[in-house]
Design a protein around this ligand. Sequence first.
Ligand SMILES: [Mn+2]
Length: 428
Amino acid sequence: MNLISADAITAHNEPLLRHVRNDYEHLGEQLARRHIDIDTVRQQVAAFGVAIPSWGVGTGGTRFARFPGQGEPRNVFDKLQDCGVIQQLARATPTVSLHIPWDKCSDWSELRDAAASAGLAFDAMNSNTFSDQPGQAHSYKFGSLTHTDAATRAQAVAHNLECIEIGKALGSKALTVWIGDGSNFPGQQHFRRAFDRYLESAQQIYAALPGDWRMMLEHKICEPAFYATVIQDWGSSFLAAQTLGPKAQCLVDLGHHAPNVNIELIVARLIAAGKLAGFHFNDSKYGDDDLDAGSVSPYRLFLVFNELVAAAHEGVAFDPAYMLDQSHNVTDPIESLMTSAVQVQRSYAQALLVDRAALDAAQDANDALTATHLLKQAFQTDVTPLLQRVRLDAGGAIDPVAAYRASGYRQRVAGERPAAAGGGGGIV
Ligand SMILES: [Mn+2]
């Protein structure tokens, strides 16, 4: 795959090396005063990765319009190439999450080889029963897994089974299921019967999961059904996951909640119940805005990671999947995805800096101010030199966006990829 030359990355890094070395040393001294070993934190951060959604490298849009950029990926191989560049420069995104049917291709082993050559592996598979595909027998206009018509439900189940088969060929270990099913009018849908139909359909998918796979149930408060959705909240998701069995868990998309909902509390509940599947990271101001992760509320992102790091620190066994899920409407998607991956990585690094023993003591003593100060102290620590060093050690760019712009990659692919209508850019 034709990514960015290693020489270009070296040339970008060279003049910055001295600054990174000095800044890292300075941060190490600061952290040492807080009895934190910077090298230990660096190793933990270096092992962290967040998956890129294949649809994220295409320009997104709203229901009003889409304004595609230059050199949009034309197919899944182009998408993998863009994901390869993101990983090459930012070194925080070793996996890609595919979406079927948008990413369908004729030879999955060729795709697997292409991913390996770009230094990528495959994360969760995503099914799509929220839109109709050309030629499909039954429409999902009034639902898919929960449709009142048995043949439509069977078609939606069969599609999910196909996604599992493709995932097996690619080395994936999870299927993420999000449905747009629901209703737009009070009375349109029988709530309990629709949920029962969901369980019946989901059980058929669950039964086809390989032993080492997980089924990730993604809830969403509204949209496209604006009155009620069948898997509306973490409560419905949890009920379904509990009914299905141990391989079914709840996936938390940060944008799929009402404004001001305490998402970190939901995360804590799901960890405690052994039902946290993982995350779709993005940010929002009003609803499911699909803004770049941490662009509006970085403290909230930190608080989510604080729950994860606390649970890991306490020895809770869990293995959340991390993925970005956002819509890039006004930026170059590659720049947004690199920036967002680093932002997620940053939140993790900051959460590792929380003094857990002091926080436990403050909580036990009901010292609210000290407790919240301990979180703020970690959040307000500028870990940039640590993140730069992690990228540098892994062969990435000290400043990924600057290196990307200097490389001329977008201009190059704009010449190779003629503008095409359609494509799989979107949001889930
Ligand atoms: Mn999502």
